[in-house]
Write a protein that binds this ligand. Structure first.
Ligand SMILES: Nc1ncnc2c1ncn2[C@@H]1O[C@H](COP(=O)(O)OP(=O)(O)OP(=O)(O)O)[C@@H](O)[C@H]1O
Length: 452
C-alpha cells in the first residue's frame, strides 16, 4: 500500500484525513521532529504538511522549515502543504521551496484525494524514470531492465571505445543489430560510417565482390571499378550479420583482412589499407561449427575477441512488458490510435509466451493488435496469444483438489501480473499479505517463496 504521511497537530484533522485516505497506509506526525522521524522510517510517497506547526501554530515558519528538511532528506517526496484560509503567500513560498502543491483549509475530502492520487502517480512515474536511468547503461537504444540485458549492455558499453572485434550471439530478433549500432554510436568512430551486411542474405558468388569490391573487367558485367562494403566503412564500423553463414571459401580472405587490415578488390592487384572496427553477429552455435570444421577456428577467435550473449526475450523477466508498453506508445502515434494499455490477461499471456521470434515477433504481434483491437485496452486475443490454463481436469480427486489447483493458479498469475511484488499480488487477490504468504506455504509454491 502506498504510504502517506500526515503532518498536523490537530487530532480532528488527522482523523478526517485518515478517513479520506482509505486504500493508503496513513502515518501521522504532529511536529517537525516526529515528521522527520516518520519520514526516515516509512519513506512515504506523499506528505500532507500543515504549515502551522507547534511551537507556534499561528506562524508558518516551523512548517516551512519542516518542508525544507523533508525535501533535503527525500527530495523525491511529493509534499502537499495545507495552509489556513487566505494564507496564499505562505503557500506560494512553499511551492517555491519545492512543495508539489498546496491546499487551503477547510479540508474537502474529495479534492484532497484527487491531489494525493495525482501526486502518487507522479512519484511513481519519476521513480520509474530515475530507476531506468540509474540502472540502464547509457546504451539508450537498448531497452530493458532485466539482469541479462543490463549485463550485455554494460559489456557493450565497456568495449565500445576500444577496437576489439566483438561477436554478438543471440537468437534471431533479440537485437543484435541494435547492439552493433549502439556500440558504434558509443565509439570514437561514431561520426564515421556504420555499414551493415548480412552474410546469409547474399548469394555466395556475390558476397566476395559485395564485401571486397571489384575492379573494372574483373568479371562479366563489371563495367566499372566498385568499392565494396569494407571500403565504404573506412574509419567507421563494419557489422557482419550472420557471420556463421559465411562460405568457408571466403573465410580465408576475411581472416587476412582482419589480421592484416588490408584488402584486395576482386580482380585487383593492389592492397588497400583499411582502418575499420568489426562487429559480427550470429544466431548459430559457431563453436560447434568450428568442431564440425564448417567455420575456421582462427577466424572464430579473430572475430570473437570478445563475445556478448544477448538473452532471448523469454529470459528477460519483465522486459517484455516494458518493451510492449514502449512499442504501444510508438504504434499509437504511427497509427493514430489511442489504446491505453494492456489487460491483465494480455500481460499474463505475454509473460507466458515463449517468443521464439523475440522482439521482432513482439513488434509484429503488437502492431496487428493495435490495428485490430476493439476496446481501449489490448487483450490477450488481440495479440493472438492465449492465457494458458494449466488447471485440473475432471480427473481431479475431488472438489478440494480442484479448489487448491485453482487457488495456486490464481496466486501464480497474480504474482506474475504484479511483477513479483507481494503486496500488489495480495491486493489483486483481495487478501492480506500474511494470508498470501500462508497460502504460498500451504500450496508449496516454492518458486514464489524464493522469488524465482
Ligand atoms: N533492446 C531493444 N530495445 C528496443 N528495440 C529493440 C531492442 N532490441 C531489438 N529491438 C528491435 O527489435 C527488432 C529486431 O532487432 P534486431 O534486428 O537488432 O535483431 P537481430 O538479433 O539482429 O535479428 P536477426 O538475427 O534476425 O538479424 C528491431 O526492430 C529492433 O529495433
Amino acid at each position: 500500500m502506498d504510504k502517506i504521511l500526515v503532518v498536523d497537530d490537530d487530532l480532528g484533522i488527522q482523523k478526517q484525513l485518515k478517513w479520506s485516505f482509505t486504500g493508503y497506509d496513513v502515518i501521522f506526525a504532529e511536529d517537525r521532529a516526529s515528521a522527520i522521524a516518520q519520514l526516515r522510517r516509512y519513506e512515504p510517497k506523499v506528505v500532507t504538511l500543515d504549515l502551522g506547526l507547534p511551537p507556534d501554530p499561528t506562524n508558518a515558519s516551523e512548517g516551512l522549515a519542516t518542508l525544507e528538511e523533508i525535501l533535503e532528506l527525500a527530495p523525491q517526496t511529493k509534499v502537499i502543504v495545507v495552509t489556513g484560509n487566505n494564507d496564499k503567500q505562505n503557500a506560494l513560498k512553499a511551492i517555491k521551496i519545492g512543495a508539489y502543491d498546496f491546499y487551503q483549509k477547510p479540508i474537502d475530502s474529495d479534492t484532497i484525494q484527487v491531489l494525493v492520487s495525482r501526486a502518487i502517480n507522479l512519484f511513481d512515474l519519476e521513480m520509474e524514470n530515475r530507476h531506468l536511468s540509474a540502472v540502464a547503461p547509457s546504451m539508450d537504444r537498448i531497452l530493458g531492465q532485466s539482469e541479462g540485458i543490463l549485463l550485455a549492455s554494460r559489456k557493450a558499453e565497456r568495449i565500445a571505445q576500444t577496437d576489439i572485434s566483438t561477436l554478438l550471439l543471440g537468437e534471431s530478433g533479440t537485437g543484435k543489430e541494435v547492439f552493433a549500432r549502439s556500440i558504434h554510436e558509443h565509439s570514437l568512430r561514431k561520426d564515421k560510417p556504420f555499414v551493415a551486411i548480412n552474410c546469409a542474405s547474399i548469394p555466395e558468388n556475390l558476397l566476395e565482390s559485395e564485401l571486397f569490391g571489384y575492379e573494372k573487367g574483373a568479371f562479366t558485367g563489371a563495367n566499372k571499378t566498385t568499392p565494396g562494403k569494407i571500403e565504404s566503412a573506412q574509419n567507421g564500423t563494419l557489422f557482419l550479420d550472420e557471420i556463421g553463414d559465411m562460405p568457408i571459401g571466403l573465410q580465408a580472405k576475411m581472416l587476412r583482412f582482419l589480421q592484416e587490415r588490408v584488402i584486395e578488390r576482386v580482380g585487383g592487384r593492389s592492397e588497400i589499407p583499411v582502418d575499420i572496427r568489426v562487429v559480427c553477429a550470429t544466431h548459430r552455435d559457431v563453436q560447434s561449427m568450428v568442431a564440425e570444421e564448417t567455420f575456421r577456428e582462427d577466424l572464430f577467435y579473430r572475430v570473437g575477441e570478445i563475445s556478448i550473449m544477448i538473452p532471448p526475450l523469454r529470459e528477460r523477466d519483465n522486459d517484455v512488458v516494458l518493451l510492449a508498453k514502449t512499442f504501444l506508445a510508438q504504434y499509437n502515434e504511427e497509427f493514430k490510435t489511442k489504446i491505453k494499455g494492456f489487460s491483465d490477461s494480455a500481460i499474463l499471456a505475454m509473460k507466458q509466451h515463449k517468443w521464439p521470434g523475440n522482439i521482432r515477433e513482439l513488434q509484429n504481434k503488437l502492431k496487428s493488435a493495435v490495428i485490430m483491437a476493439e476496446g481501449n485496452q489490448i487483450q490477450a486475443e488481440d495479440l493472438s496469444l492465449i492465457v494458458k490454463d494449466e488447471g485440473p481436469t475432471l480427473t481431479s480427486l475431488n472438489l478440494r483438489e480442484v479448489r487448491e489447483h485453482a487457488e495456486s493458479r490464481a496466486i501464480r498469475n497474480a504474482y506474475l501480473v504484479a511483477d513479483k511484488n507481494m503486496s500488489k499480488a495480495a491486493e489483486l487477490l483481495g487478501v492480506t499479505r500474511p494470508t498470501l504468504y500462508s497460502l504460498i506455504d500451504k500450496y508449496h509454491l516454492e518458486d514464489i517463496k524464493t522469488g524465482v
